[in-house]
Design a protein around this ligand. Structure first.
Ligand code: ADE
Length: 421
């Protein structure tokens, strides 16, 4: 029996969790290297990290690395439906990490778990969606003086933090891990691209070939999803509010149209806008019968579920992650995973091979905060580019890929202005 507080579903699941965590490590050469160094040098000694992340095999490995690097760590989930219960159990009984997360927890339990991590009095926060920072700023101000900094890994969290900072209300420095090239270019694009289709496939087993798939939002996540769906033979339509992104989608070869028009022809809808009500009441009124709607954005606000319920005569769960809504005119709409991020609800989230990069960013951000917090003001800061490059290089080495080095002559040319035609 662990001698610290925790709240997980069932400790008996721990051995299965450990097996899966160890399997995922095989795909994470960058974290493996960081782990070796952290075990040796203990660079995080003195850090108390309060982490609010999706509790998956990759997250468990990150937590172990931080702990082996000298930090104390407590963990809660960053989404009520993304926890892998066997992993949470292994974190408690195998790694002795206070963990508070149960798959399917209700909203009150979700926030109670966040506050349990606050009770641990962290001097650093590590977020995926900024819920920990938000709770500390809204309800747990007494912790702020002790906090050296935080790190945040997702676009939605960064938008929230920038909004806080723009009102001069951010009370400690936060490192924007999402902004690192080795994060958003890979996790958002290849991770969300693959895991979103994986989640929808596991939930429905649909054939993608020949389907008309509407992707709402053409940021890095939307780009990844559109490319993967297209590769599976789907006809992809993109909807956007940003003119540059819409133009990119057009030139990447997709049809771009207003959501109101896409509503009438789409068969599968995937939202990754980061905003709210991308599929709102008017869209719902125009969907074809049989339309499947899913969200892969961070929060469950991209599909207006209240409107869907309002417009429906009845609804029932027909498969594990599929709810059938029958509208008053008889049309049937299928909502996946309660509108929560489908890649973590119905599948296992991003593959380890890509979390390797994102979590290398998180681990090195923790070390950076420990060493540099005294020079950082209360703002959102980029992860230094040298760290980004180091992560990419380690990944290339792990993949056995070599790259060239500039000669002195080439370096000189690139830094000169006077050599022209
Ligand atoms: N976000 C998306 N996929 C994830 C994963 N596998 N682990 C943790 N966070 C994630």
């Amino acid at each position: 029996m662990a001698e610290f507080k925790y709240d997980v579903k069932d400790l008996k699941l721990a051995s299965e969790g450990l097996r899966r965590i160890e399997w995922s490590q095989k795909e994470m050469p960058v974290l493996n290297k960081i782990h070796e160094r952290f075990i040796k040098n203990k660079p995080l000694t003195g850090m108390k990290i309060g982490a609010c992340l999706h509790v998956t095999t990759e997250t468990a490995y990150l937590a172990k690395i931080l702990k082996d690097g000298g930090a104390d760590i407590a963990m809660c989930a960053s989404n009520p439906l993304s926890t892998q219960d066997d992993v949470a159990a292994a974190m408690v009984s195998e790694y002795e990490i206070p963990t508070f997360s149960i798959r399917g927890e209700d909203n009150d339990t979700y926030y109670d778990h966040l506050s349990k991590v606050c009770d641990f009095e962290p001097n650093m926060t590590m977020d995926d969606g900024a819920d920990m920072v938000a709770m500390i700023h809204q309800e747990r101000n007494e912790l702020i003086d002790n906090i050296l900094g935080g790190s945040e890994e997702t676009t939605t969290g960064i938008i929230r933090l920038r909004s806080l900072a723009s009102q001069n209300k951010l009370k400690y420095p936060v490192i924007d891990v999402n902004d690192a090239d080795t994060k958003h270019l890979f996790d958002n694009r290849y991770g969300t691209g693959q895991s979103t289709l994986d989640g929808i496939t596991r939930a429905t087993n649909i054939l993608w070939a020949g389907k008309t798939v509407v992707v709402a939002g053409y940021g890095w996540c939307g780009k990844g999803i559109a490319k993967r769906a297209s590769g599976m033979g789907s006809h992809v339509i993109v909807t956007e509010v940003d003119s540059v992104k819409a133009l990119e989608a057009v030139m990447d070869g997709y049809r771009v149209m207003k959501m109101a028009d896409a509503a009438k022809v789409g068969e599968v809808f995937i939202t990754v806008t980061g905003g709210m009500n991308a599929i709102g009441r008017e869209v719902i009124k125009n969907l074809k019968s049989g339309a499947i709607i899913a969200n892969s954005g961070h929060f469950n606000v991209e599909i207006d579920i209240d409107a869907l319920e309002d417009e429906s005569d009845s609804s029932k769960d027909i498969l594990n992650f599929v709810k059938q809504y029958t509208l008053y005119d008889g049309r049937q709409i299928f909502l996946l995973g309660e509108g929560r991020l489908i890649n973590l609800t119905a599948a296992e989230g991003h593959p380890s091979g890509v979390m390797d990069l994102s979590f290398a960013g998180q681990a090195l951000a923790a070390e950076y905060i420990k060493n540099n917090n005294m020079n950082l003001n209360n703002a959102v800061h980029s992860l230094p580019v040298e760290i980004d490059k180091e992560i990419a290089l380690l990944k290339l080495q792990g993949m056995d890929v070599g790259i060239d080095i500039l000669t002195e002559e080439q370096e000189k040319y690139l830094s000169s202005w006077d050599i022209g035609t």
